[in-house]
Ligand binder design. Structure first.
Ligand code: ADP
Ligand code: MG
Length: 933
């Protein structure tokens, strides 16, 4: 109440923000006549002038009005669009490093040109981030003429290709118009670079796996404008980027485990954190938690597995792999559904993106889950991969000096943007007022009744010729609805992963008279739905009908086709407007309100008429898992007849509450992932920072000298501890150790005069230093410095890779442990720190040892790890191994495994890859490490 009054008096924060920007808008408008008076050359010269002023120390903020005015004029001349005033405001919001919420169709692509131009003046580069390659290319081609007129270079990063926008470049393929292939490094050197979040992130990781400076492609991360920012920074933030390479492990075990999975019985399913009473059975082997997407074995389940596999203790270290495989196998069988979560195509399991419904070929679930699904489907199993480099989007994007974003739907997630990315959201008013009519939800008892009602609604509107866009939550649901429509003879298009290539074209025509389009999730599709159809896209169809390939047709033929298309779309536009514009049908509420809004937002763009309605049923996942009891009781109270929907405030509110709970839950998962990644992030920064220094060619002599002293100290501690008497020193063993470590032999006679520990240290240190000085004389200073960098790089990479594997296992271990009183995150942090310390020690030891021992054949180039190794790496988006999403509480029957602690019984620290202290000859991590308490 109070806040409503305050709002009325002072306006909302967004209104105040917008108001604050009005003077600048007026300034930009006032500059317009001057800009219009310039000829093209004069306009282009403005860039040089502004650049010079930036170089001379003027603030970008002070140049904003002028730069925006210049950019607007170039847009008007070159692409026929003059930025609306609200678009200028959007541009200012982006320049401030904030998220601009601007509805679909408000022209965000054009908005981005303003801050991109202004910020590019500093020459440090601007990245415009899109959700897919198609949009990166499209936006660069579309906006390219503006930048080109102003003398800025534009790069485009695609998966496995990069380009520069260059209108002089001739290619027969119009899809590639004006895109000249160039190197990736050049694409990044451009003033403005368009690309996807994945490519930017993977390039960052790849750069940190390179062996020389001139192989690096990215510059320092200066400023990023992220389009569809909620898709990228929220939806996609659940899965980190991972570059992996094959690990040496057989795939046999997956099949073996897969054969026993169907023999295990489900004991219960957890719904809303409680055991669902309906499904609970006394005897059973495993429990499925639908919400947390985890499966755990019961005591009985462990016994069953042991029996089925013919082993006596599943928790024995040698069977720990089987245990892990069983867990993934159970998940594969009970949580991952074919044609919903993945599809099988040409003998491959292809992930279906949970949010966009698109196929993600080449992506793999990590940590053995993908293999488990492959085993389940009986297709060939790809070999398990090992992480070589990984980062979350959160940590990647936080590295930019300035970050901004734009989307139609950000406000519901404002808290997350603020907390994780320190990004504020400003809602920019629409250019024309929104007149879409959002009808209240209707809820049916069963899904069948719901779909029937959906089909009736479609039928009725379709008969009148009104275009309809139907949103579903999965490919499966799309196909089900499609079958129903077919039965009723309603022509329609289904947009889903399978039609990926034609997707943009279908969306573009979703506003045509009588068109019915079914889509699984509309997030980030980027193509505008014009009422009456999109003439550009339609012209392609016309060309095809004439037997011409739109990609290669002559320009004249294309112009003719566009004109022909216009003659169709213009009157059609009028008719569609009269019929009420685009109608949106939602067939289920999504897990977050934001995704619902993305679907709705497709209608009513730029003041168009439009309407929306969501159809729900009590059998929908959202209602079933997250809010059924409450809603069910409301329904029971109100009484429901077959086929009769309910449209009640209480229900709508209950659904809203359920959605908010899911949103919070998903936020928790992402925060959880980030908390884990933050630990790694610090370590990654240290290692990558060191790598970069080495690549930069900085001398590592001081570091090496320090390490040598550390190692001498450590060696002395082992054989001649501080507190020991000279008689207790184990000089022969020390001699051997020095030989091993430093390739050094000190004549025994020289020890005779030494009586104190300090004396001993001096003797050894001097000898080691002299030996190293000898190396320097032998090899020459320059070569030794190069050798130092070379060895450090190789050892760092090997040990870091190994460390990543240990971290993966650690996470898994933490996930398996009973939570008890311990906070798994604290445990994880502590152990990850220890592991890192161990790694650093191993790096020092290995580098020093190699520096003393490596034999160099003069004139032969130093071998770096072969780049061919790259051919076997792959990039993917994974889930984090062993994570229990949301830190959901463990089941009482979850079996706790002893906590690993990297110490021998006597308290001596031991590396996980060192031979086990028990003398088994196995690596410690495969032996007693697992049994420690
Ligand atoms: P969004 O990404 O915000 O949904 P788009 O960038 O795809 O919107 O643009 C939507 C449509 O609006 C495009 O067809 C574009 O040509 C048009 N448009 C955007 N800005 C302007 C403008 N200032 N003047 C005319 N048309 C514009
Ligand atoms: Mg867009």
């Amino acid at each position: 109440m109070i806040s409503a009054i305050l709002r009325a008096v002072f306006g909302t924060k967004h209104e105040r923000d917008v108001k604050r920007m009005q003077p600048a808008v007026a300034q930009i408008n006032a500059l317009e006549p001057e800009m219009q008076g310039l000829d093209d050359g004069g306009l282009a010269a403005k860039t040089d002038e502004l650049r010079k002023r930036v170089a001379d120390g003027e603030e970008l903020d002070d140049l904003l009005p002028e730069a925006f005015a210049v950019c607007r004029e170039a847009a008007r001349r070159r692409v026929g669009m003059r930025h609306f005033d609200v678009q200028l405001i959007g541009g200012m919001v982006l320049h401030e490093g904030t998220i601009a919420e601007m509805a679909t169709g408000e022209g965000k692509t054009l908005v981005a040109t303003l801050p991109a131009y202004l910020n590019a003046l500093s020459g440090k580069g601007v990245h415009i981030v899109t959700v897919n390659d198609y949009l990166a290319k499209r936006d660069a081609q579309w906006m390219g003429p503006i930048y080109q007129a102003l003398g800025l270079t534009v790069g485009v990063i695609q998966h496995e290709a990069s380009f520069q926008y260059d209108p002089a470049y001739v290619t027969p393929d119009v899809r590639m118009t004006a895109l000249r292939p160039i190197g990736r490094r050049e694409a990044y050197a451009a003033d403005i670079t368009y690309g996807t979040n994945n490519e930017f992130g993977f390039d960052y990781l790849r750069d940190n796996m390179r062996f020389s400076l001139d192989e690096l492609v990215q510059r320092e991360l200066n400023y990023a404008i992220v389009d569809e920012v909620d898709s990228i920074l929220i939806d996609e933030a659940r899965t980190p980027l991972i570059i992996s390479g094959p690990a040496e492990e057989s795939t046999e075990l997956y099949f073996k485990i897969d054969r026993i999975i169907p023999k295990l019985k489900r004991a219960a399913t957890i719904v809303e954190g409680k055991l669902s009473e309906i499904e609970e059975q006394k005897a059973g082997d495993f429990i499925v938690d639908e919400k947390a997407k985890t499966v755990s074995l019961t005591e009985a389940g462990i016994v069953s597995c042991e029996r089925l596999l013919g082993i006596d203790n599943l928790y024995d270290p040698q069977h720990i792999d089987s245990l892990h495989h069983i867990q993934q196998g159970l998940r594969a069988h009970s949580l991952f559904r074919k044609d919903v979560d993945y599809m099988v195509k040409d003998g491959e399991v292809i992930i279906v993106d949970e949010f966009t419904g698109r196929l993600m070929p080449g992506r793999r679930w990590s940590d053995g889950l993908h293999q488990a699904v492959e085993a389940k489907e009986g297709v060939r199993i790809e070999r398990e991969n090992q992480t070589l480099a990984t980062i979350t989007f959160q940590n990647y994007f936080r590295m930019y000096g300035k970050l901004a974003g734009m989307t139609g739907t950000a406000e519901t997630e404002a808290e997350e943007f603020a907390k994780i990315y320190k990004l504020d959201v400003t809602v920019v008013p629409t250019n024309r007022s929104l007149i879409r009519l959002n009808n209240p939800d209707v809820v049916y008892k069963t899904e069948r009744e719901k779909f029937n009602a959906v089909v009736d609604d479609i039928r009725e509107r379709n008969d009148k010729g009104q275009p309809i866009l139907v949103g579903t939550v999965s490919i499966e649901k799309s196909e089900r609805l499609s079958a129903l429509l077919k039965k009723r003879g309603i022509r329609h298009e289904v947009l889903n992963a399978k039609y990926h290539e034609r997707e943009a074209e279908i969306v573009a025509q979703a506003g045509r008279e009588g068109s019915v389009t079914i889509a699984t999730n509309m997030a980030g599709r980027g193509t505008d739905i014009l009422l009456g159809g999109n003439p550009d896209f339609l012209s392609k169809e016309i060309l095809r009908k004439k037997g011409l390939d739109p990609a290669t047709a002559a320009p004249e033929a294309r112009t003719v086709a566009v004109e022909e298309a216009r003659r169709i779309t213009e009157p059609e536009h009028q008719r569609v407007v009269e019929r009420g514009g685009l109608h949106i049908v939602g067939t289920e509420r999504h897990e977050s309100r934001r995704v619902d809004n993305q679907l709705r937002g497709r209608s009513g763009r730029q003041g168009d008429p439009g309407s929306s309605r969501f159809y729900l049923s009590l059998e929908d996942d959202l209602l079933r898992i997250f809010g059924s009891q409450r809603i069910q009781s409301i329904m029971d109270r109100l009484g429901m007849e077959e086929g009769e929907p309910i449209e009640h405030k209480l229900v709508t509110r209950a659904i809203g509450t359920a959605q908010k709970r899911v949103e919070t839950h998903n936020f928790e998962i992402r925060k959880h992932l980030l908390e884990y990644d933050d630990v790694m992030n610090k370590q990654r920064e240290i290692i990558y920072g060191m790598r970069r220094q080495i690549l930069d060619g900085a001398s590592q002599a001081d570091t090496v000298a320090e390490w040598i002293e550390d190692i001498v100290g450590g060696t002395l501690d082992g054989y001649a501890p501080e507190e020991a008497h000279a008689e207790e020193w184990d000089l022969p063993a020390l001699g051997e150790a020095l030989h091993r470590q430093f390739d050094l032999r000190i004549p025994p006679a020289r020890y005779e005069d030494v009586v104190s520990r300090d004396g001993l240290r001096e003797l050894v240190t001097d000898a080691v230093k002299a030996r190293y000085a000898g190396r320097e004389r032998e090899l020459g200073t320059e070569l030794l410095r190069a050798l130092e960098r070379h060895e450090m790089l190789i050892v760092l990479d090997t040990q870091w890779k190994d460390h990543l594997l240990s971290i993966d296992h650690l996470k898994e271990g933490i996930g398996l442990r009973g939570y008890g009183q311990r906070d798994p995150l604290t445990e994880y942090k502590k152990e990850a720190f220890d592991l890192f310390q161990d790694m650093v020690e191993r790096v020092k030891g290995a580098v020093v040892e190699r520096l003393f021992k490596v034999q160099i054949v003069r004139d032969a180039p130093m071998e770096l790890p072969a780049m061919t190794a790259w051919a076997r790496t792959q990039e993917m988006r994974g889930e984090v191994p062993g994570e229990r999403p949301g830190g959901s509480p463990p089941l009482s029957i979850a079996v706790s495994r002893p906590a690993p602690a990297p110490r021998t019984p006597t308290g001596v620290k031991i590396g996980r890859n060192d031979p086990c202290y028990c003398g088994s000859g196995k690596k410690y991590k495969k032996c007693h490490y697992l049994q420690q308490g």
